[in-house]
Design a protein. Structure first.
Length: 104
């Protein structure tokens, strides 16, 4: 039986996203990184493509894709993500949707 994932209460939303990504994609653990200020999550998909999820100045969660170190996509995906409070189940639904590029 697979162990059910639980979020830690004292984590920020971006920390929860990072923890969930590490749980959901254990074989990619070495490719996932999180900055010490809680501003972004980095995933190196391959030698050419890198994906960032980051908190912008306004608190929005943004999605950024670099190909050959050139930004190809940079768009907000959740408004005021930094400050909103979500239930654990709602976070899992959101994270399953936004982490789709990592799994492809």
């Amino acid at each position: 039986m697979k162990k059910e994932f639980k979020f830690k209460e004292n984590q920020s939303n971006i920390e929860k996203l990072f923890s969930y990504a590490k749980h959901k994609f254990p074989k990619f653990n070495r490719r996932l990184d999180y900055d010490e200020w809680g501003q972004f999550i980095f995933f190196k998909k391959n030698e050419q493509i890198s994906i960032f999820y980051y908190i912008g100045i306004t608190g929005d969660l943004n999605f950024n894709v670099y190909k050959d170190q050139i930004a190809k996509i940079d768009k907000p995906i959740i408004r005021d993500f930094k400050h909103k409070v979500y239930s654990d189940e709602k976070l899992k639904i959101i994270f399953d949707k936004i982490l789709k590029p990592v799994s492809d």
